[in-house]
Design a protein around this ligand. Structure first.
Ligand code: ADP
Ligand code: NA
Length: 361
């Protein structure tokens, strides 16, 4: 009954952290079970928008691939491939770029933010990567795209471009829709989007099966729960990699910032540190916030940190072992990505042929 085609990408930034797993990869694993046509791409071309050493990029591609395979992404249930192995992504981006106004791109907040964070005037690639994202999606006539709130505006751009193309060349692309992640616990968002994400989610309705398999919560930095856990956090011990050793995990949770109340309660606004621990505990065990709070009854926060650390160790030890195993077989990882690219190309070929014809090539 599912006619949807899902497209999603992950930047090859190496081994993912807890936030990437709970916020994205876990959803991917659920979606590949729910839908028969799912594409997951390692976005190496997008990666070039941030300056990188070639050797680092190459290694990151393999580490990211090992990690998502270890997390349960199954190349038999989805198309897992490297973006740059399907050059039609770039070719279509060119065509779509010729339908996109520069001021529209200049207005996207990511342009300003990323330029600032790179401390540069900004490259053409950084300005136009949302057009490449539109091409990533539309090359396969994808209908659904799982997005976090930072990508909502980029999906809207892809929708506009699809509609613009359809108007100019005739009805061709389906207008891709978002799959927005639900949050567990119903906490108010305090991430600077002024509730836009919550509103969008509301508009889309709560009953959609695809939304329901994306239960996500923003995981916060262990050292500063006012910001999200991120690989670019310079603070030591703030970010837990899914490949961290049990000792590292224990150390990081022991040093996690809480507050002066020893009781374990869930109140993200007043007690962000402890609440983040509760969120992580619930997410990795699959229990509800209520259930984990019940388990924590009578524990002080110091003890509770070790309970959470143990639940993280439990969850990720098999994944960590699998990552190590996969990392030892580089040629297998390369082959997975190449085989996936072959399949993706087959899917894209007739669509791209038709696009060429439509635009007059
Ligand atoms: P980072 O901030 O570490 O650079 P990315 O921006 O590359 O992470 O995000 C990759 C994916 O992981 C996105 O889908 C994003 O929504 C998700 N993600 C990243 N950090 C978190 C977090 N702290 N909590 C939940 N999801 C996250
Ligand atoms: Na599938």
């Amino acid at each position: 009954t599912v006619v949807d085609r899902i497209f999603s990408g992950i930047q090859p930034t190496g081994t993912p952290h807890l936030g990437n797993y709970l916020g994205a990869i876990q959803n991917w694993v659920n979606l590949q079970e729910k839908c028969s046509s799912v594409l997951y791409s390692i976005m190496d071309m997008h990666s070039l928008t941030v300056p990188k050493e070639p050797a680092v990029l190459r290694q990151n591609i393999l580490d990211t691939t090992a990690a998502i395979l270890a997390c349960g992404i199954d190349p038999k249930k989805c198309f897992l491939f490297r973006q740059s192995l399907v050059p039609e992504h770039a070719e279509l981006a060119w065509i779509l770029g010729c339908l996109t106004n520069v001021p529209r791109l200049l207005r996207l907040p990511q342009w300003k933010m990323k330029r600032a964070s790179q401390n540069s005037e900004g490259t053409v690639g950084l300005l136009t990567y949302p057009v490449l994202q539109a091409a990533d999606i539309l090359l396969y006539k994808s209908t659904r795209v799982p997005v976090g709130e930072d990508q909502v505006l980029h999906l809207e751009l892809a929708q506009d471009i699809a509609q613009h193309f359809n108007k100019k060349y005739g009805e061709f692309f389906p207008v891709p829709k978002a799959i927005l992640s639900h949050r567990l616990g119903g906490e108010e968002e305090s991430d600077g989007t002024n509730g836009m994400f919550a509103k969008k989610r509301e508009e889309l309705g709560k009953d959609e099966a695809l939304h329901l398999c994306c239960t996500t919560k923003k995981i916060k930095s262990l050292r500063d729960p006012s910001v999200k856990m991120s690989k670019s956090d310079p603070q030591k011990l703030a970010t837990v990699s899914i490949a961290d050793s049990p000792d590292e995990i224990v150390l990081k949770f022991r040093k996690a910032v809480t507050d002066f109340t020893s009781e374990v309660t869930y109140d993200p606004a007043a007690r962000p540190g402890v609440s983040n621990l509760v969120s992580i505990h619930a997410a990795v065990t699959g229990l509800s916030i209520k259930e984990v709070l019940h388990q924590a009854t009578g524990l002080d926060t110091a003890h509770y940190k070790m309970v959470v650390a143990e639940s993280v160790i439990q969850k990720f030890t098999p994944i960590r072992n699998e990552i190590k195993k996969l990392q030892e077989d580089k040629s297998h990882l390369i082959k997975v990505l190449e085989d996936g690219a072959e399949k993706a190309k087959e899917l894209a070929a007739p669509i791209y042929q038709e696009i060429r014809r439509l635009v007059g090539f």
